[in-house]
Ligand binder design. Structure first.
Ligand code: B1M
Length: 794
């Protein structure tokens, strides 16, 4: 029986950890487990056999890290390692009565853009090579696991689906805050992965089974496909540099049973689990029938950290990223002024947009390139989902591919050719589609005719395998000035589409008032009429206070805004709350918080006319990063946004540095100092500031960078005969590394003084780790250096 069929009939058991088993069989720290397929195939075979004997249906190949980057420093190619791994697993399947061989694919080990430098298509190619090797070797399914970046999951799933016909399973790894390391929550994972057409999804690694329960509950609430759970054997803790897991096989199996009873149907183990754990799980669950998986039927789109569900309450689609009728916007597109577009995006979100429409079509520019750039840039600073708006199917396809999440495609209509071009794209990337109620004969004047076109779009979409929930219908607004009698037909059509066809509706509201004075009056009235008829997502300018007022009022009157909380919060007489702020003139602090990299250059230059360099650092850069740090800690923003703010500060600092070089003339060296951010810590903004200031006071700096190995610091200090070493650390976890560095400098008899700094430190810590001095900021660092080199320079 194929695994897809088996999933409908029985609970499927995965095996447990490979790493844990290999460690107990001699795998050393630093050894690459995948090389064991070639070097010690008997060990791998024995591990698989143990798991099958314990009752596992699926044998997971020993290929978790078998990608070209991780194997780069070994003697083996991806193909060799994977072929051998699949061969061993197939052998065991045959001899020990296993059922399926899963090609295991773990994360690449490098961050994708914008958090790292790895490009999406490069990640795709890396995964593709693994998939091709696994398919050729004859695996039965593909398991993509332990992924924490949704974008990486998308690259991997596309690689699996475009290069094989095998079932694809995908699991992600969550933290105690219920999100992955890059900010994805369970619902968002489901929204993307189901859209991409995986066969099963779920969670692995992360936490122990007990701690996973809230995450599992969320997954089961929303998933319409089989759910996989592979927990760790408890929460890991480190003892004598070894990772220990505390949960016994019995306890593990007990929790897993609860998950199976709630609906999870593919079960196994991750870190810390062994065949003992799997044996207990199988024994406990053998007689259990899987809970039937049903279609949860909701319309959703997402970015990497936010899902918006349509159809439950009004959601606003911001229409301002669109050059139509906007001279300034057109100029921005022509001059590649991305910050102008980003400012439009931010303003709309601040004014209440839930989704942003993105249209950058202009004959004079390369629309595809601009669309990709805009999507990437908007996604790196904002987490609202996007609607891809273009009349060119090539632009739509490129955008749907590169988009991090599940987008809306705007739009198709009832014309055969358009349908044929766009539906396959929507199906492949799992996007929602806006269907316009017009066809070869134009826009019908009667509501009934428009509904017929909507019905045709929905039915044809189903033929392409697109769920009805993924269709949004736009009944089209005609202007009251030219086609007055058809305004009510649109409203009637919205009601019919909602009630008779049961799909969500969108509508570009402001067209209705075109050509008439006081447009906002008509827009307001029309919006409230369409909302009453069941409009789910008006497309409008959220900066237009009047229409946003209607929406807020509608939410109260239709019992969506419970106890009128949102309404009161907006309109109670608290100063400054009257209307959402739309600001085109942001100060540097805000620019950094928003991550507007280009704006930072310009604004810093302007500020330097009235302020000196250090004042800008102290009054803008540091306070802005403190706000960002707090927001990150509170889960209001996630790693991608944190990185954008850091990059923005760097831009600002480039300008400050240029200015400092102008201010001070280069002097003779007053002494040579090493600066380094300690091992394990990649925060270097503070250290770089200290460096520039010290240089400006005439000191020669050997900057060893960030995440610097202890040996490197010791060697350089010795070889260069250094008298002063400055160490920076920003995390509680890396203070230990700072202490080790100091210890090593002392043990190696390096005759130097050491000063330390960084937000996590204070004088007490500095004394504790036996540093000679503590510098609160760059200016104090200068004081220390001047004092120390005083004799030399006098
Ligand atoms: Co991260 N980060 N970060 N981060 N980050 C912090 C430090 C954090 C407090 C945020 C938070 O949760 N509130 C938190 C640490 C928690 C803790 O341990 N207490 C944190 C975390 C958890 C992380 C990650 C683990 C997040 C993740 O991946 N899940 C990860 C760490 C990876 C690693 O290091 N292994 C991470 C990553 C990053 C980014 C890459 C996104 C980025 C750094 C980019 C870069 O530096 N190139 C970043 C940023 C920007 C921050 C915050 C927001 C800002 C840090 C900063 O640059 N401040 C920070 C929160 C915060 O501090 N408000 C945070 C401005 C800078 C000028 O100040 O460095 O203190 P500072 O320097 C001052 C003084 O301290 C002093 O002079 C400077 C000027 O006055 N000084 C010295 C500094 N070094 C000195 C050396 C000296 C003398 C003085 O002599 C040698």
């Amino acid at each position: 029986m194929g695994i897809r069929e088996a999933l409908t009939k029985q609970i499927i058991f995965f095996d447990g950890a490979m790493g844990t088993m290999l460690q107990s069989r001699g795998l050393k720290v630093g050894e690459i487990p995948e090389t064991y397929n070639i070097l010690y195939p008997d060990i791998i075979r024995e591990v698989h056999e143990k798991y099958v004997k314990a009752g596992a249906d699926i044998i997971t190949t020993n290929t978790f890290g078998a990608n070209e980057l991780k194997l780069k420093n070994t003697d083996y190619s991806v193909e060799e390692v994977i072929t051998k791994a699949v061969e061993i697993a197939k052998e065991v399947k045959k001899t020990s009565n296993g059922k399926y061989v899963a090609l295991d694919i773990g994360p690449i080990g490098q961050m994708l853009e914008p958090m790292g430098v790895l490009k999406f298509e490069r990640a795709y190619e890396i995964f593709k090579r693994q998939v091709e090797a696994g398919v050729k070797a004859g695996c039965d399914l593909i398991l993509i696991e332990t992924i924490s970046d949704l974008y990486e999951a998308k690259a991997a799933v596309l690689a699996a689906k475009e290069n094989s016909n095998l079932p694809v399973f995908c699991t992600m790894t969550f933290g105690e805050d219920g999100r992955t390391f890059t900010g994805t929550d369970p619902l968002t994972m489901i929204t993307l992965l189901e859209g991409l057409g995986v066969d099963a999804l779920g969670v692995n690694c992360s936490l122990g089974p007990k701690e996973l329960i809230p995450i599992v509950e969320k997954i089961l609430e929303y998933s319409s496909i089989p759910v996989i759970i592979q927990a760790n054997a408890g929460l890991p803790r480190v003892e004598d540099e070894k990772t220990i897991y505390d949960i016994t096989p019995e306890e593990f199996a007990k929790h897993v049973k609860v998950m199976a009873q709630s609906g999870a149907c593919i079960l196994g183990g991750c870190c810390g689990t062994t065949d003992e754990y799997i044996k207990k799980v199988v024994e406990n669950l053998k007689s259990l029938k899987p809970v039937k998986v049903n279609n949860k039927k909701f319309t959703a789109i997402c970015s990497s950290s936010k899902t918006v569900i349509l159809g439950k309450e009004v959601k606003v689609i911001g229409e301002r990223i669109n050059p139509t009728g906007k001279k300034k916007f057109k100029e921005a597109l022509k001059s590649n002024n991305i910050d102008y577009i980003l400012t439009e995006a931010i303003n709309q979100v601040e004014s209440g947009a839930d989704i942003l429409d993105v249209n950058v079509g202009l004959p004079e520019i390369d629309e595809k390139e601009m669309m990709i750039r805009t999507i990437k840039e908007v996604q790196s600073i904002l987490n609202v989902p996007l609607q891809i708006d273009s009349s060119d199917s090539k632009v739509i396809e490129a955008a749907a591919r590169i988009y991090n999440g599940k987008s809306i495609i705007n739009s198709v209509n009832g014309k055969e050719q358009v349908i044929r071009e766009i539906f396959p794209i929507a199906k492949k990337y799992g996007a929602c589609i806006v269907g316009l109620t017009l066809d070869e004969n134009g826009i019908p004047s009667k509501a009934e005719e428009r509904v017929k076109i909507a019905e045709k779009i929905i039915n044809t979409a189903e033929e392409y395998g697109i769920r009805k929930e993924d269709i949004l219908i736009d009944c089209l607004v005609l202007t009251a000035s030219a086609q007055q009698e058809e305004v009510m037909e649109t409203i009637k059509a919205v009601r019919m589409v909602k009630e008779e066809l049961g799909v969500s509706t969108v509508l570009g509201v402001s067209n209705v008032s075109f050509g008439l004075p006081k447009r906002e009056i008509l827009n307001q009235a029309f919006l409230s009429m369409t909302l009453s008829a069941g409009l789910d997502a008006p497309i409008l300018n959220p900066g237009n206070k009047e229409v946003m007022d209607v929406i807020k009022a509608f939410k109260v009157l239709s019992n969506i805004d419970k106890e009128a909380k949102e309404y009161i919060n907006t309109y109670s007489n608290i100063e400054g709350k009257e209307s959402p702020r739309v600001n085109n003139d942001r100060d540097l602090k805000e620019i950094i918080i928003k991550g507007l990299k280009e704006d930072a250059l310009q604004t810093t230059r302007e500020l330097l006319r009235s302020k000196d360099s250090l004042a800008i650092v102290d009054e803008y850069l540091i306070p802005a990063l403190d706000v960002v740090g707090k927001k990150y800690e509170n889960g209001e923003i996630f790693l991608p946004q944190l990185i954008q703010s850091a990059e923005t500060v760097k831009n600002s600092f480039v300008v400050i540095k240029e200015n400092m070089n102008l201010e001070e003339e280069k002097q003779i060296s007053k002494g040579k100092i090493i600066l380094a951010t300690v091992k394990g810590d990649i925060h270097d903004i503070g250290k770089n500031i200290v460096k520039v200031i010290l240089e400006n006071y005439g000191f020669d700096i050997i900057d060893l960078g960030k995440d610097v190995p202890i040996e490197n610091i010791v060697e350089t200090a010795k070889n260069e005969n250094i008298k002063l070493v400055g160490l920076s650390a920003l995390m509680t976890t890396t203070v230990k590394s700072m202490e080790d560095t100091i210890k090593s400098l002392r043990e190696n008899n390096v005759q130097c003084k050491i000063f330390v700094g960084g937000a996590v430190l204070n004088q007490e810590y500095a004394d504790m780790i036996k540093a000679d001095y503590y510098a609160k900021d760059a200016q104090e660092a200068v004081g220390i250096a001047r004092n120390l080199f005083k004799d030399t320079n006098e």
